[in-house]
Design a protein around this ligand. Structure first.
Ligand code: C2O
Ligand code: CU
Ligand code: CU
Length: 407
């Protein structure tokens, strides 16, 4: 039976010890970075009271949740909550999946300083695993004095902000433990301002089971997976042998700014064996295609023009119930993770090729010099929405547009 989950989130400054003995001034929810993981079941109502004890205004956006427009946490739908102020968010979580919440005000600084957390919604028939964990990936850019580097230099505007301290759940290179012989569900979120993570688990095979909007139609075997800012991926990981030590790594990736170096995100230590009850069915879920991959686009979004047009752009409205087929065209020299608030889309084509599996997404990487065709259906939730590049510095610079869903 659907219930109500009440929670107070207090945004405040916190001494963030991201590595033993290394502290910076962070911003956290309830003093934690990441903020508390919110766990709910499909149909539950979340009642979350934000109280702002920060020295600056803030709001919370519920990334991926198909909620009513007035609860979306952007300044298009609410005034920012000033220091000392409060705001009540109240919405139903209609879809199982891995989501996250984060500040949607002065995001470049507030997310870098730690204002984000996981939001897990479970459905009635989830696959069975031996364990589950949420891994929120991030990075930190520090200055020579060891504190958070200043924000907003010219280079960051264009290239985004990346730091060389990689974080998992707010910690640099944590150690994780897993019992031998078991299979876990890992829900992974990329909460970094800009960093793309081409994730590998010691080169071992794993199974991709979910994306932004919950489970895939069927499991996909892989040895690496690319996660871009804002995206989520769910993996089935294991089983491993006792005493193994496995590096969870970010492999080199070139998003148009030169290839990154291979780096360790965390170490996984395999402990004594435990019995396994994990079962991943061959068919995870039914997803009906919204339209065939050959559908003609109804709109073209030129990411290069979007990037250079400056702040406060408005796109044409869309009507409830009218299928949208959008061509996202990237003529720039870098990749951009394109995100739509409040609605899921399906990927029809990436650079001409039909998408291999049906999946619900709210964020998709559009690689440089390529195009991606998506389809989505505005259901009956009229109001003010937006899309933007989830590289936060690009968003801040104006690589975004507001649009209305009209009845
Ligand atoms: Cu997670 Cu407007 O974004
Ligand atoms: Cu969002
Ligand atoms: Cu971008």
């Amino acid at each position: 039976m659907a219930g109500t989950i009440g929670l107070e989130l207090e945004a405040r400054e916190v001494d963030w010890e991201f590595a033993p003995g290394r502290k910076i001034r962070g911003f956290g929810y309830n003093g934690e970075i990441p903020g508390p993981t919110i766990e709910a079941e499909v149909g539950d109502t979340l009642e979350i009271r934000l109280s702002n004890r920060l020295p600056q205004a803030t709001t919370i956006h519920w990334h991926g949740i198909r909620l009513q427009a007035d609860m979306d946490g952007t300044q298009a739908v609410q005034p920012a909550v000033e220091p000392g102020g409060t705001f009540e968010y109240r919405f139903v979580v209609p879809d199982a999946g891995t989501y996250w919440y984060h500040s949607h005000t002065n995001e470049t600084e507030q997310l870098e300083r730690g204002l984000y957390g996981g939001l897990i919604v479970r459905g009635p028939d989830e696959p069975t695993f031996d364990g589950e964990r949420t891994l929120i990936l991030d990075d930190l850019k520090l200055g020579p004095d060891g504190d958070v580097a200043p924000f907003g230099d010219e280079h960051e505007h264009h290239a985004g902000r990346e730091g060389d301290i990689l974080l998992v759940n707010g910690e640099q290179q944590p150690e994780l433990q897993i019992p031998a012989g078991t299979i876990e569900r890992w829900r992974i979120v990329d909460a970094a301002n800009t960093r793309y993570v081409r994730l590998a688990v010691g080169g071992r095979p794993f199974t991709i089971i979910g994306s932004d909007g919950g489970l895939l139609t069927r499991p996909l075997a892989a040895e690496e997976v690319l996660i871009t800012p804002g995206e989520r991926v769910e993996l089935a990981v294991g089983p491993f042998d006792e005493n193994e030590e496995i590096e969870i790594e970010a492999l080199p990736y070139d998003r148009g700014k030169g290839e990154t170096e291979r780096a360790t995100l965390a170490t996984l230590r395999v402990g004594p064996a435990a019995p396994s009850h994990a079962h991943i069915p061959d068919a995870l879920r039914q997803i009906d295609p919204l339209v065939s991959a050959d559908a003609e686009p109804t709109r073209m979004i030129d990411l290069k023009a979007l990037m250079h047009a400056g702040k406060h752009q408005r796109a044409d409205p869309v009507r409830v119930g009218e299928l949208q087929v959008w061509d996202l065209v990237n003529e720039t020299g870098q990749d951009h993770p394109f995100h739509i608030h409040g609605f899921f889309f399906q990927i029809l084509r990436q650079d001409g090729d039909a998408a291999p599996v049906a999946v619900w997404k709210d964020t998709v990487n559009v690689p440089r010099k390529s195009r991606t065709r998506i389809a989505w259906l505005p259901d009956d939730r009229p109001g003010e929405w937006m899309y933007h590049c989830h590289i936060l510095e690009h968003h801040e610079m104006g690589m975004m547009a507001h649009f209305a869903v009209v009845p």
